[in-house]
Design a protein around this ligand. Structure first.
Ligand SMILES: Nc1ncnc2c1ncn2[C@@H]1O[C@H](COP(=O)(O)OP(=O)(O)OP(=O)(O)O)[C@@H](O)[C@H]1O
Ligand SMILES: [Mg+2]
Length: 393
């Protein structure tokens, strides 16, 4: 059928034509926004899940919800070994720029921007002697606030000042952090402490995170009270009903239908994983001669969809691993699709567990595997084991 009208959207962070199966999370976030705006004590949200389940898309939807309530919003994507100081400064700059036109006291905004600039310029990784900060804030940097160099103190001061600006307007500020598991440990700890402080003074600013399934344990290793700061929402594969909706609703808008056999076949192939739903849906649409799309069309199109996934979804990640890391993952894949014991991987490779720690740690850092619980590891990418078993070693 006409590829121009193809509604499906496989791709990182690509907004799906129909956000299926996430009503509970959306409702929970509505409540968070409402309560925070009213100064009620409330835990913020952290979304976790495997690769391609729709964390970024959900985070972006949350952001739109906050914007709709006239909140100021900013978003960062954490990177390993990169301090969050500058990205957070830039994100809060965006958030306050959203609020500034409605604020009746421009000097309050300037005052905040002065603190923001001082905060950003304290970046230890910036070249010595650089006094300007590229996004260009016209006011001079403030002195004696958010500029101590201790991220915990500085973040606490900066976030509470930002919350103050939002309070003036009767709204809030939401700071979104994608790939939150990659925030360096020291920064995570500072961020949790700042959020903790803010929740105690009832400031209307929340940090909303998204990351891989081990993010809750990263947070609680850093601050034991993190469970009281965040409500964890683990998102997963779509159930049959939601997966069908994700396919049917956008098609209907184009006057296209699926036979029920076709939906059976698609669920079997995509296994409810949002990225796969979009990928199989897209190819099936392009190759089907006419509506309704049939089980036969799915059968014909599946190899092409699989090929695209093998290159774009699995292959691009496999490429990031070194030969030693690949050996490690192949050994994992041979042990099945459930989380496996690191000791078993070592045994399968005929090596001492300690000698494999570097490979394991760097795979975790690259976001390809995660520690499901102590001593157990699993792939972050759904169906990765299956993909590896089909690879020549
Ligand atoms: N609820 C949903 N219904 C239908 N499709 C969805 C849904 N959520 C996400 N998708 C689709 O799934 C794909 C992956 O989404 P997204 O990039 O948000 O996943 P992710 O969890 O952030 O992955 P990663 O861990 O790799 O960053 C996108 O193509 C998106 O359109
Ligand atoms: Mg993402």
């Amino acid at each position: 059928m006409d590829p121009v009208r193809n509604p499906y959207a496989p791709g990182a962070g690509q907004r799906p034509p129909e956000l299926a199966g996430r009503d509970r999370e959306l409702q929970q976030f509505e409540v968070v926004l409402e309560r925070v705006a009213r100064g009620r004590p409330e835990r913020s949200m952290v979304i976790t899940g495997l690769r391609g389940v729709g964390k970024t898309v959900l985070l972006n939807t949350f952001k739109s919800m906050a914007i709709q309530r006239l909140w100021g919003t900013g978003k960062i994507e954490a990177r390993p070994e990169q301090s969050i100081r500058r990205p957070v400064a830039a994100a809060l700059h965006m958030a306050v720029r959203e609020l500034a036109p409605r604020h009746r006291a421009p000097e309050r905004i300037d005052e905040f921007l002065g603190v923001l600039k001082a905060f950003a310029m304290r970046d230890p990784s910036a070249a010595k002697g650089t006094t300007h900060w590229s996004p260009g804030i016209d006011v001079p940097a403030a002195r004696g606030r958010a500029d101590s160099g201790d991220l915990e103190i500085d973040l606490t001061e900066l976030l509470s000042d930002a919350a103050g600006v939002a309070t003036d307007l009767g709204v809030g500020i939401a700071l979104f952090i994608d790939e939150m598991q990659d925030v360096p440990a020291a920064d995570i700890s500072a961020l949790c402490a700042a959020c903790h402080e803010l929740s105690q003074i009832g400031g209307p600013l929340i940090v909303v995170g998204a990351g891989l399934p081990h993010l809750p344990s990263v947070l609680s290793a850093s601050k034991s009270y993190s469970e009281r700061l965040f409500r964890y929402a683990r998102i997963d594969r779509l159930d049959r009903e939601a997966a069908d909706l994700a396919l049917i609703v956008p098609a209907e808008e184009e006057g296209v239908a699926f036979t029920s056999d076709a939906l059976d076949a698609l669920y079997e192939a995509a296994d409810g994983y949002p990225y796969f739903v979009q990928a199989y849906g897209k190819v099936a649409w392009d190759l089907a001669p006419r509506s309704p799309i049939t089980a036969e069309d799915i059968k014909v199109s599946a190899p092409e969809a699989e090929e695209e996934l093998a290159v774009g979804f699995f292959g691009s990640r496999y490429e990031r691993a070194t030969p030693a890391e690949r050996d490690y993952m192949h050994a994992m894949a041979q042990l099945g699709d459930d989380p496996v014991a690191t000791a078993e991987v070592a045994e399968a490779l005929g090596r001492k567990p300690s000698s494999l720690s570097p490979a394991r740690d760097s795979l975790i850092k690259k976001g390809l595997i995660y520690s499901a619980e102590r001593g157990l590891i699993a792939f972050t990418v759904p169906h990765f084991g299956r993909f590896l078993r089909a690879q020549p070693v």
